[in-house]
Design a protein. Structure first.
Lengths: 287, 349
């Protein structure tokens, strides 16, 4: 029974990784930009939510709702003022700019919030669990997973059933031709990064409520997110969820064998998929 | 009558000045304190790492954020050689290069499967795997690390002669030896890269960087070229890592595979100095060291400043400080560009 339990925990953990990955996947899909500061932006958003809870006395959910428009604005600004200037055929400038941002964010957070690990308080919900007969699952992991599914459905709806989504897809396919049709690619990019930051805030909320965080853990979240995206195959959000689940299951099984192996088995699962299916399990985009 | 040349007047001046500079640097321990030698060791090793990363990213188009894998494995290889195999530390440095070369083969195999920008994070995953595996290695201290034993560090070849020559203590002699080795390494790496860029391989590299399809159409094997550059860079990084940790004499997975020390600093040095030139990293490491000395007391503000400075440079002066200097003055100290030289055409300019 312990293995079934481990499997379920791993699948639910995959929901968190899918939340980490969705923003990265969105931005890459639309503008071919790999944001190396993605993990640090998640941690930044987690501190923002924490501030809402501790300074304003809001509940974590309300604090996240307040943080979302703030993060949208910051994402929009980041894209419009900085990243749009360096996007181009050469992949070097955007990579180096986001790498610089990653280091600057990490150390800025360290200076403001210190290296102490923090947690977003959620009260009774933290330890609550649900007995499903065969296995007992925590309410918090369950909510994370449900949120990941809701978010994927919502993002897919946005992509395939709205005018904005059509503009996203058109820009992704061919920014120049999209421009001829009256779409302003740079404006589309800024909105896309803004939306990615809203997703980042949701990921940050669950990250902060489920476990301790400190300014240094961003890069590791970036790596999990990246692995989930690559395993799933570029361009498919459901694939990203599958990728997250594979990493999550590998990690919980690794941890069950030896706690020191948790992170390692996740990476090894990623390398194994890369070996067998270099383009991921469900590739949609051709890149 | 006409011929292709890379020679410039400044380049000739450099060719004369460099040997004088090297000779002076070799003699320097006679007149300076141990602190200066240690600072110079730091500058030279960072410069070596910066030149190597510049070769990868600036010339090869391979933006790796995982070079700390090769620093770390090189460091662990020298400790393996000294502690487990009882090798002489100076000889064991070569083991660092070999280990990095071996690690580079599977790394390249996986990372080259990732297109463009994803290559960067792919290299980072390999670092994490290597670091976590090394941390499991109990005979070299596992997650907490270990130190070089005293008997191993006390009888390094050459230190007795250095003690007699300069009248320094044993630890001072070890620093001088490490400094000389760093000097040899930085000259070899910079010289090697300079030679590479002026050779056929360098021409092919520039062609691939500028236009892959066009380069392939004239017979350049872009895939093989990427492999060659990546493996050369890995081996050189491994040697540097081994030397750095020979001088530190203490190792841990956190320190040996540190992304800040061996990749972030290195990237900032290259970006601020000027990517894609040999002069750039030299300017960059000087700026980096000056900033480090000035902001040493401000902890993380220093790193934050470096990060923001790198962003500002990419936005406003993508060719870095050296790019600004050479655009104003037309100066190329290490010319690699091929120009047509010959008699002036009648009536032409």
């Amino acid at each position: 029974m312990i293995w079934l339990d481990t499997l379920v925990q791993g699948i639910l953990l995959g929901g968190l990784y899918a939340l980490f990955a969705a923003g990265l996947s969105l931005v890459f899909g639309i503008m071919r930009l790999v944001n190396l500061a993605h993990g640090d932006l998640i941690i930044f958003a987690a501190y923002l939510v924490l501030l809402g809870v501790t300074l304003l006395g809001l509940s974590p959910w309300v604090a996240a709702l307040v943080a979302m428009p703030v993060m949208f604005a910051l994402g929009w600004l980041l894209q419009a003022a900085v990243l749009n200037r360096v996007l181009g055929k050469d992949i070097l400038p955007p990579l180096l700019v986001t790498f610089g941002l990653s280091v600057a964010l990490q150390n800025g957070l360290l200076e403001v919030f210190s290296a102490d690990s923090r947690r977003i308080p959620v009260g009774a919900l933290e330890g609550a669990s649900l007995d499903l007969g065969l296995v007992t699952v925590g309410i918090m992991p369950l909510m994370t997973f449900a949120s990941a599914i809701v978010m994927i459905v919502a993002l897919n709806g946005l992509f395939y059933h709205t005018a904005l989504g059509r503009a996203f897809r058109a820009t992704s396919d061919d920014a120049v031709t999209a421009g001829l049709m009256g779409i302003e690619p740079k404006r589309i990019f800024a909105i896309a990064t803004g939306i990615a930051m809203v997703v980042v805030t949701l990921a940050a909320l669950y990250l902060g409520m489920r476990a301790n965080f400190d300014p240094s853990i961003g890069p590791a979240r970036l790596i999990y997110a990246f692995e989930a995206v690559i395993i799933g195959g570029l361009g498919s959000l459901w694939g990203t969820l599958a990728g997250g689940i594979i990493i999550g299951v590998a990690q919980t099984f690794g941890a069950a064998l030896n706690p020191e192996w948790q992170i390692l088995t996740g990476h090894i699962a990623f390398l194994a998929v890369m070996l067998l299916k270099p383009r991921g399990l469900f590739p949609r985009a051709v890149d | 009558m006409y011929r292709l040349t890379t020679r410039t007047r400044a380049g000739t001046a450099t060719a004369i000045a460099v040997p004088i500079f090297i000779a002076a640097a070799l003699a320097l321990p006679a007149v300076t304190s141990r602190g200066v030698i240690q600072d110079l060791f730091f500058i030279l090793t960072m410069l070596t790492l910066a030149q190597i990363w510049n070769l990868l990213a600036g010339y090869g188009g391979l933006v790796s954020v995982g070079q700390q894998a090769f620093v770390g494995i090189g460091a662990y290889a020298i400790f393996t050689g000294v502690i487990l195999l009882d090798w002489n530390p100076v000889v064991a440095i070569l083991l660092g290069g070999l280990a990095a070369l071996l690690l580079a083969v599977p790394t390249a195999f996986f990372a080259f499967r990732l297109q463009g920008a994803y290559f960067a994070i792919g290299t980072w995953v390999i670092v994490e795997v290597t670091r976590l595996l090394v941390a499991q290695w109990k005979s070299l201290g596992g997650g907490t690390g270990t130190s070089l034993p005293r008997e191993a560090t006390s009888n390094i070849m050459g230190t007795d002669a250095i003690r007699a020559l300069f009248g320094v203590r044993e630890a001072g002699a070890r620093d001088i030896l490490a400094y000389w080795l760093a000097l040899v390494l930085v000259v070899a790496v910079t010289g090697g890269i300079y030679w590479l860029l002026r050779s056929r391989l360098g021409l092919a590299l520039a062609a691939v960087r500028d236009n892959v399809e066009a380069a392939q159409s004239v017979g350049v094997d872009a895939g093989r070229l990427k492999w060659a550059v990546f493996l050369i860079a890995a081996a050189a990084t491994g040697l540097t890592g081994a030397l750095i940790f020979l001088q530190t004499a203490r190792i841990s997975p956190e320190a040996a595979f540190a992304v800040t020390d061996w990749t972030a600093y290195v990237i900032f040095i290259v970006v601020i100095g000027g990517i894609g030139t040999i002069e750039g990293p030299i300017v960059g490491v000087l700026v980096f060291f000056a900033l480090r000395s000035a902001l040493a007391d401000y902890g993380s503000w220093y790193l934050m400043t470096l990060g923001l400075a790198a962003i500002a440079v990419m936005l406003f002066a993508p060719k870095g400080l050296w790019g600004l200097i050479s655009a104003r003055s037309g100066l190329h100290l290490f010319p690699v560009r091929r120009r047509l030289a010959g008699p002036k055409i009648e009536g032409g300019n």
